[in-house]
Design a protein around this ligand. Structure first.
Ligand code: PHE
Length: 458
């Protein structure tokens, strides 16, 4: 296999640097916003158990697969599937699909990330007494304001990606991830000093198994794919910058555990915070249906109201740190979403990194501006590129690896960094998962997601 072009593609500087970068990709809005609200919506701890099952049974094997494909070929997703299939156009489709998902997911991800930035200012303005300005900046329906913050967030992302693999992405995530952990810990500690938090904790840790249904398993698997950054080649791309000394299986395990850990911790913050809000008089359940408010309402209406009710300097600091936390988590993910199309343009079209990052960033930013004005597009993009797109990508990756490239060849690649992998128990178990169990589960989920969507349309 030609590995010569690697020399000028960049590599991770250290083992920890790579793990933090990949964990940074995984930990994002999906963990701090998506996971807690899904847990609250779907029977508390019952959802967590099924989510864990999905991460371990489907997520982890696919993550190992993506990293292995990336390191073997040292290429972007399109180049990687081309290389492993001797240019078979059908295999390249998997890569192109990943690049498209990257562009489209990023285009709404930056709008939501823009909201988190806007709310940092909202909290400060409210504290300073500029209530009407705070209201304008906190208004999710304000298109021009959304567009401004969306573009701002896109520029931030592009600036990091132009720095390259080790000097840009690795350096940024290595600084941001520890900050994120510290902020999360402080916020959890503080929230438990407030009234109502214990009630939230109860809901969080008491499983209500009556809510388990087919639909719940679907949400859990979709959430696992999104949260672990799987199915679109983000980890093929990050894997392509790995050196041969790194143990892929061990790294994937760390990233998976880290991602689950942060999601569980975020739940420990957001769910009690919702009940603190309730205790301070904010409505968190829809009075008509009795169901919890939607995730957008919870994070961008209920929580700010709670921060305002706490009031004073403490309330403001609480709000500002929460939205900075959310923004940082989003930033380390958006750089990985951007890196997928950027690496494709660099490798396959021989464009310089700087130019590629600004070019793709410009296109994504433009779509993001349209989404800023037409928020209904978010639901449509989520349905197509996240709920269907990522599991579909994951399914194609399993089938390609299991039946065309073959798990045996992947295991040979894994031997670099994990010498005895082929003699280990991991090898046969992983092969069975990649060939049978993961694709079967994903296919079932996909069929029912598509079925549901069609029924919604008819
Ligand atoms: N994992 C990120 C999150 O949880 C989102 C993401 C999806 C990033 C796919 C890269 C690829 O928010």
């Amino acid at each position: 296999m030609a590995t010569t072009p690697t020399n000028n593609r960049g590599t991770w500087n250290s083992k920890l640097g790579f793990i933090l970068a990949a964990a940074g990709s995984a930990v994002g809005l999906g963990n701090i916003w998506g996971f807690p609200t899904q847990v609250a919506d779907n029977g508390g701890a019952a959802f967590i158990l099924i989510y864990l099952f999905c991460c371990l049974v489907v997520g982890f094997p696919v993550m190992v697969a993506e990293l292995t494909i990336g390191r073997r070929t040292q290429k972007n997703p399109v180049g990687a599937f081309k290389a492993l299939s001797n240019g078979n156009p059908f295999a390249s489709i998997i890569g192109y699909w990943g690049v498209l998902c990257g562009v489209m997911i990023l285009s709404f991800y930056i709008v939501i990330s823009g909201w988190t930035l806007a709310f940092v200012f909202e909290e400060i303005l409210f504290f300073l007494g500029y209530e009407s300005m705070a209201q304008t900046i906190g208004d999710l329906g304000n298109g021009p304001k959304n567009a401004l913050f969306t573009v701002g967030f896109m520029i931030l992302t592009v600036l990091i990606v132009t720095g390259g693999v080790s000097q840009g992405i690795e350096r940024a995530t290595k600084t941001l991830m520890p900050v994120l952990l510290v902020i999360l810990a402080i916020l959890i500690a503080y929230i438990f000093t407030l009234d109502g938090a214990m009630e939230g904790l109860q809901m969080y840790i008491m499983p209500d198994f009556s809510t388990i249904s087919g639909g719940l398993v679907l949400s859990a698997l979709g959430q696992a794919f999104f949260s672990l950054s799987l199915g679109m080649g983000a980890l093929i791309t990050y894997g392509s910058y790995l050196n041969k000394k790194q143990n892929i299986v061990e790294s994937a395990a760390y990233v998976t555990i880290f991602d689950i850990g942060i999601a569980v911790l975020a739940g420990l913050l957001v769910i009690p915070a919702m009940f603190v809000a309730q205790a301070s008089g904010v409505q968190i359940f829809n009075p008509e249906t009795g169901a919890l408010f939607s995730s957008v309402t919870l994070v961008f209406d209920v929580l700010p109201e709670m921060f305002h009710n706490v009031g004073g300097l403490i309330g403001m600091l609480l709000g500002v740190t929460f939205f900075i936390l959310l923004g940082l988590a989003a930033l380390t993910s958006s750089i990985s979403l951007l890196e997928v199309p950027v690496s494709y343009v660099i490798d396959e079209h021989k464009v310089r990194r700087k130019k590629a990052a600004w070019l793709i960033g410009g296109i994504v930013g433009l779509i993001g501006v349209i989404v800023s004005f037409e928020l209904a597009l978010i639901d449509i993009f989520v349905a197509i590129f996240n709920e269907i797109g990522l599991p579909l990508g994951g399914l194609m990756i399993c089938i390609f690896l299991g039946y065309f490239w073959k798990t045996e060849n992947a295991l040979i690649e894994m031997e670099d960094g994990y010498e005895n992998v082929r003699q280990s128990k991991f090898a046969p178990i992983w092969s069975i998962f990649i060939r049978y169990i993961s694709p079967l589960l994903i296919a079932l989920v996909l069929i029912s997601v598509i079925w549901d969507l069609l029924q919604g349309l008819l």
